[in-house]
Design a binder for this molecule. Sequence first.
Ligand SMILES: C[S@@+](CC[C@H](N)C(=O)[O-])C[C@H]1O[C@@H](n2cnc3c(N)ncnc32)[C@H](O)[C@@H]1O
Length: 248
Amino acid sequence: MTDIDQRTRQAWEQASTKHVREYDELLAEARTADLFPVERELLDPILRTGPRVVHPQSGHGIDDVALVRAGAVAVVGLDYSTTAVGAAQRRADELGVPCRYLVAVLPSTPLADGCADLVYTGKGALNWLGDLTAWAREMARLLRPGGHLFVHEAHPLVPVFSWDADEPRVRADRGYFAEKHVNDTFPGHGAVERQHTLAQTVMAVLDAGLELVDLREHPEPFWRPDGVDAAVWDGRLPNTYSLLARRS
Ligand SMILES: C[S@@+](CC[C@H](N)C(=O)[O-])C[C@H]1O[C@@H](n2cnc3c(N)ncnc32)[C@H](O)[C@@H]1O
């Protein structure tokens, strides 16, 4: 890991203590949590087949409970925060859902070739990875032939927009084609976000040998921090995208 990535990992380790502090709230949330409607639309046909799911960068793991409720037979969550992995495992055990959590430093994973029918990731995941080519190859390796990769992620334009309430502005300190920037929201603590354009992301997936099934851009963000009401969320600009790809 580079020094930057090491510092970012420490930031996530520190920030993930939130999952422990807010354990009870997250447990209550997990009991009723669902995926976003667009995720259900794209994934329901796959989830109905009872897939084995791998969830890289699983964080608090709330989505894993939703994936099981929607049909997944088992979920393996991977995250480099030992705190996040511990809290997610405790929650899954308490809920009695078939989710198992492992510490892993992406883009490497400790899992076998073809172990997944579905790799599910996003919601603040790809922006921590410097090498999307290596990431996409690893995701393809995890999939069995015919398996799917699904990403629901912040649109790469998001770092460029301000969160002003009156109107969206292009931040003077950011650029769409920049390689990285220092995170100033969550997890903070000097974490460095990597930037990948939409084209770079799609090309990494295609170059890994996956075929594109669906790609959509959405106006809704996946996360609205408390107390923020940004004009950039008023429906005119992209805040997220969904990508579904298949291993042939
Ligand atoms: C925004 S959070 C969680 C995203 C998750 N999809 C969710 O909705 O809860 C991003 C997670 O990625 C993890 N992470 C970041 N870089 C990583 C890496 N290189 N390897 C493994 N985990 C990583 C962090 O520890 C953090 O838990």
